[in-house]
Design a protein. Structure first.
Lengths: 282, 803
């Protein structure tokens, strides 16, 4: 469990990082918090010749407001996201989901960008980012482009970030005043999600006017529970179970040691109604 | 006045070192040693058709590459069958490096030695081994079916078959008023110490001698095995166990292939060599335990008294049997727990599979046995509509039955004879602790809130402190400091503390002045090892015996010096004085000086022992005939049989009616390990044991696929409980001293683990209202069981309706 040898570079600007990446071609790999990449390297599932550490790149870390949007740098750690007043106020769902990732040590190292690009279907951050209709800012040799979350996650561990590109920021439209809850189902506390449900709702006087729901680990990518969202509109916040019963429709969850697909479908409906009820409550 | 140290919750003196990162584990040693890495079989069953190492030599820093071909005659032999048994008719062990066949994923095939581990792994990655794969046998059911064989010359996969019977079971079954048959399953798990195995060896070419360190539970065993395979006299090899980051059984098996290969390579290369196992290696090339299929047939009367108990066990022993059949023997014997069935028969088959070998894991076959017995008790209670504790009480061995001989042979080849215990008293304590009789009201209240709760119980008896022996050596230096050595090793149990407490009391010195070394063959070459909850019983009594020898000698020398009668002397805080005349005294350090007549004075204290000091009687030889210089002594403890600790656990669980999550609300333990040397340490052992038991009951399993690949060979996929999953543990103790040893101790190391699967199965069953016959259990599985029951119920409702 030792990586094969590689060259290590630590550029200080996005341009230099892109140049290093271009030069390395197929043999380059970007390092963010290393919480997913290092295990991969140690198990020799991947053996890049060059590792490009983004840790010293200016401007990739931090959270700021930009009009109706919250902009989170790709290298912002989970701990910073979870504890950010801006995120808590305007994208509470992401703050809550991030607080459920792994354990404090990992949250101090792992980054939002790394988690999003890694795109593990059991990872907790794809679903809230998708539910919040975020946009991903991608820098490449040809400049910058923006991809909507719904187009970003393409498959198991696959995203719209192409070879030679970097994710630089995540832009989240403000959901100020929306209730939010992330319901994560695990067997041991630090585990990846067996199923997770990210729900954020706008409720006026006990009636839900709008709901957005993302599902974790119910398919090869994070999913939106669109039919539940539609069914919830106009529903009383105290009576959501029926509307949530279709949460597993159109999903394709895996079967593994933590549960088979049927159990996951069952969980998805249960957790969705729990998540929505909690989100509506605050 | 010295207060006795035994019985006090003295803080563990090893903890400051261990919790501040100052432990000295195997991988902390030998910084400049060459590193070994292994190419291991990626197949569960295959013939090796070729090994190409040419590419690996290209890597800069490679020092040696070894395959089976390179091994000399002694090293090329199969590894020893450590514990032969007449019923083990087809023992098989692996080779240090595989020759023509591999029988599980992870079996070592090639050894690479290089400048460092990075280079060694780079080179190992370039070695190409060609295989022709063979069909595999995975799981005990497939092994039993024997459509395929693991070893060609063992076509039925049966390594051992053993029947033990007491009384006429068939006759008793035939005339039992009630009979039940219960099929049970237990999954594979593993010890999973935080520190994997590791070996470091230094060969001194000029001296033709070896010093080696192993992360082992038996340094004397490793030393003997390496001496035998390397052809080195024992006098030329020493083995030390440094701080060991957990063993839980896996490190008692020896010699591991690496334990032979590393010193062998160190000698061949004339350079220190080290290997530290990584986690993936630990998963696929150490040992597992626990998998069994069981079938219980029980006959009983209206009171629930067991008239006949007939148990069949199919035990998965993995690919090889280096540790013999200790695990299934323990299952078969310790299954009986605190009960005395009218007649008993246990028949087991120990079966080969193409998976990692099975050797004892904390509890060592007992969790499976207790599972069988306790599930049976619950089944009888359910059948008769009786309280579960009442059925147990009916079957208890009573205090007046002690010593109680079951008429069976235990794992040490000696009679299974309980020495002590008061099971009714333990049960009474447990019922009080958990509030057994108030549970019905609690359940009613929970049900009213829409919650599902259940109460479970499990009882066990554990044979601890098996022989053959352990030794202790106590040496009082002229500083007055006392150095104690015992040969068995420590893996974090607190031996440095507990043994110091014993010696402090026996010798009459301050606890702070006693220093303990374990597992170092230089200090105590006679030892067996740390397993079977035996350290406190065996080494505890051995160091006590050694301390007594030293005390007598000290009193004799002091009596001479003080011109007093030894019987009139006492030792307190390291000072010997005449009882009633405390001013007539001499310190133990002075006695130590006097015990060793000197020619040369190397310090002020030594002056007193030199030949012109006038201290010694000129008419006597400086060292009396039959005496030895030095204030030191040895003692050994070798009991005729094991001593039997026991305990009872109860748990309250809550199962989520919707998601089937299983939560432990309360966990209560009543434990009897006789006299407690250090209650804090005992408590810690119980806590750790319960934590491991919870792992076995709710989380851990080895998920092999049909091709023999271990799917969850990492901590990402193999779940273990963390502090967040381990319940708060409530304990109460009963101390029925063992009459078998002077200190009255029984073992405590494994106790916490043993009944947990049985207890939680009992509690989940109580919450759910249907039998739980297989452990571990996950929420997903519990949900599936509910679904099956619901659809079966719906089905029978429709067929009813059709009628
Ligand atoms: C024990 C453990 C438990 C965990 N539990 C959870 C959990 O419960 N929930 C959860 O969601 N996650 C969990 N994680 C994962 C954790 O959140 C990681 O931090 C995250 O998946 C990856 O983030 P990172 O910054 O460490 O990325 P890295 O590991 O450095 O990189 C991950 C991948 O993304 C690429 N990459 C990283 N940043 C960029 C970028 N800006 N542009 C392009 N490519 C990039 C890398 O090349 C690599 O392929 C756990 C991890 C561990 C070790």
């Amino acid at each position: 469990m030792i990586p094969s040898s590689f060259e290590y570079v630590a550029p200080t600007s996005v341009e230099d990082a892109l140049a290093a990446l271009a030069e390395a071609g197929d043999e380059g790999k970007v390092l963010a918090g290393g919480q997913s990449l290092l295990p991969v390297l140690r198990m020799r599932l991947n053996a890049p010749e060059k590792v490009i550490d983004l840790g010293r790149v200016e401007g990739l870390r931090g959270i700021r407001e930009d009009g109706d949007t919250i902009v989170i740098g790709a290298m912002t750690t989970h701990d910073e996201v979870a504890n950010s007043e801006l995120v808590k106020e305007h994208a509470a769902l992401l703050a809550k989901a991030t607080a459920e990732v792994a354990d404090p040590q990992i949250r101090h190292r792992g980054t939002l960008g790394g988690a999003i690009v890694h795109a593990d279907p059991a990872g907790d951050l794809g679903a809230p980012v998708l539910a919040l209709d975020a946009e991903m800012v991608i820098a490449g040799p040809g400049g910058e482009r923006t991809v909507a979350a719904k187009d970003f996650f393409t498959d198991l561990f696959e995203t719209a970030v192409g070879d030679g590109e970097l994710l630089t920021a995540i832009r989240i439209p403000k959901h100020t005043g929306w209730g939010a809850h992330y319901e994560k189902f695990v067997r041991v506390a630090h585990q990846w999600s067996i199923v997770g449900v990210a729900a954020t709702v706008k409720a006026d006087g006990g009636t839900i006017s709008e709901a957005k729901i993302g599902l974790t680990n119910m398919g090869s990518t994070p999913l939106r529970a669109a039919s539940v969202e539609a069914a919830l509109a106009g529903k009383s916040a105290s009576d959501v179970a029926d509307a949530c019963s279709s949460a597993a429709d159109g999903t394709n969850p895996p079967s593994d040691l933590n549960g088979d697909a049927d159990y996951r479908r069952h969980l998805a409906t249960v957790l969705t109604s729990r998540a929505v009820a909690a989100a509506a409550a605050g | 006045m010295t207060t006795r140290s035994i019985g006090h919750s003295v803080q563990r003196r090893e903890d400051p070192r261990l919790v501040t990162g100052n432990g000295r584990y195997l991988d902390d040693l030998g910084r400049d040693a060459l590193a070994a890495a292994f190419v291991r079989s990626p197949h569960a069953h295959a013939t090796i058709t070729g090994i190409d190492i040419t590419d690996a030599w290209e890597v800069d820093g490679v020092e040696a590459i070894y395959t089976f071909e390179d091994l000399d005659e002694l090293m090329a032999r199969p590894l020893p069958v450590l514990i032969p048994h007449p019923a083990l008719t087809h023992p098989r062990t692996c080779l240090a490096l595989a020759d023509t066949e591999v029988n599980h994923v992870g079996e070592p095939v090639v050894m690479v030695v290089a400048r460092d581990r990075y280079v060694a792994e780079d080179a190992a990655a370039r070695i190409v081994v060609s295989y022709e794969t063979k069909p595999v046998v995975v799981g005990v059911a497939a092994a039993r079916e024997a459509a395929l064989a693991v070893h060609d010359d063992v076509p039925d996969n049966v390594a051992a078959h053993l029947i033990q019977e007491v009384g006429d079971v068939d006759a008793a079954l035939a005339c039992s008023p009630h009979r039940l048959t219960i099929p049970l399953t237990i999954e594979r798990s593993a010890c999973m110490p935080m520190e994997g195995k590791g070996v470091y060896a230094v060969w001194d070419r000029d001296d033709a001698s070896m010093r080696m360190w192993s992360s082992t539970q038996t340094s004397t065993g490793v030393r003997a095995a390496v001496a035998a395979r390397l052809g080195i006299p024992l006098a030329r090899i020493q083995c030390m166990a440094p701080d060991v980051g957990g063993g839980f059984g896996v490190k008692i098996n020896h010699p591991w292939p690496e334990e032979l290969l590393v010193p062998w390579a160190a000698r061949a290369l004339g350079r220190p060599v080290k290997w530290a196992e990584d986690r993936r290696e630990h998963f696929v090339s150490s040992a597992h335990e626990r998998q069994q299929l069981q079938e219980v047939e029980v006959g009983f009367d209206d009171d629930g008294r067991i008239l006949a108990l007939d148990v069949k066990v199919w035990h998965d022993n993995g690919a090889y049997t280096p540790y013999g059949i200790i695990v299934p023997i323990i299952t078969a014997t310790q299954l009986l727990g605190p009960y005395k069935p009218g007649t008993y028969r246990c028949e087991f088959w120990s079966l080969y599979t193409n998976t990692v070998i099975v050797t004892p894991y904390r509890g060592a076959g007992r969790p499976q046995g207790v599972f069988a017995m306790e599930r049976t008790m619950d089944a009888i209670a359910a059948f008769l509509g009786k309280d579960r504790t009442e059925v147990r009480s009916t079957n208890f061995i009573l205090p007046q039955d002690m010593p109680y001989d079951h008429g069976l042979m235990f794992q040490d080849g000696r009679p299974l004879k309980y020495d002590s215990g008061d099971f009714p008293a333990s049960l009474a304590k447990l019922k009080a602790l958990v509030g057994w009789d108030d549970f019905a009201a609690y359940r009613e209240q929970a049900e009213a809130e829409g919650r599902k709760v259940g109460l479970g119980i499990g009882c066990y008896v554990e044979g601890t402190g098996v022989g053959p022996y352990e030794g202790g050596h106590v040496h009082v230096e002229t500083s007055g400091q006392v150095f104690v050595a015992t040969g068995l090793t420590s893996q974090g149990q607190g031996h440095e503390t507990a043994f110091a407490q014993i010696v402090a009391d026996e010798l009459g010195v301050r606890f702070e002045d006693v220093h303990v070394t374990t597992g170092d063959t230089r200090r105590m070459p006679y030892a067996v090892g740390t397993f079977a909850s035996r350290a406190a019983v065996m080494s505890g009594n051995a160091v006590a015996a050694a301390a007594k020898v030293v005390r007598e000698k000290a009193l004799r020398i002091a009596a001479d010096a003080l011109e007093a009668n030894p019987d009139d002397l006492e030792i307190e805080d390291g000072v010997i004085s005449v009882k009633g005349a405390p001013d007539t005294q001499i310190s133990l350090s002075t006695v130590a000086v006097l015990s060793n007549p000197l020619r040369y004075a190397f310090d002020d204290a030594a002056k007193a022992a030199t030949q012109f000091a006038g201290t010694f009687d000129p008419d006597k030889p400086p060292v009396a005939e039959g005496d030895e210089p030095g204030l030191e002594g040895k003692g050994f403890y070798s009991p005729t049989q094991a001593t039997f600790a026991n305990g009872m656990h109860a748990a309250i669980v809550e199962t989520d009616p919707v998601t089937a999550e299983i939560r432990i609300l309360r966990y209560c333990v009543v434990h009897d390990c006789g006299v407690m040397i250090n209650p804090l340490i005992v408590e810690g052992q119980v806590h750790g044991g319960v934590a491991q038991g919870v792992g076995g009951a709710l989380y851990e399993r080895m998920a092999y696929d049909e091709s023999g690949q271990l799917l969850n060979a990492s901590f990402m996929d193999f779940l273990v409980p963390y502090a967040s999953e381990v319940p708060f543990i409530e304990t109460d103790h009963l101390e029925t001293p063992s009459p078998l040893n002077p200190l009255g101790i029984k073992g405590a190391g494994e106790a916490g683990t043993i009944p947990v699967s049985a207890v939680l199965a009992s509690a989940i069953e109580d919450a759910e209202g249907f039998p739980i016959l297989s452990m571990p259990i996950s929420p997903s599985e519990l949900w599936e069981l509910r679904r099956q029951r619901a659809s079966a119920a719906a089905h029978s409702a429709t067929t009813e309706g059709d009628r």
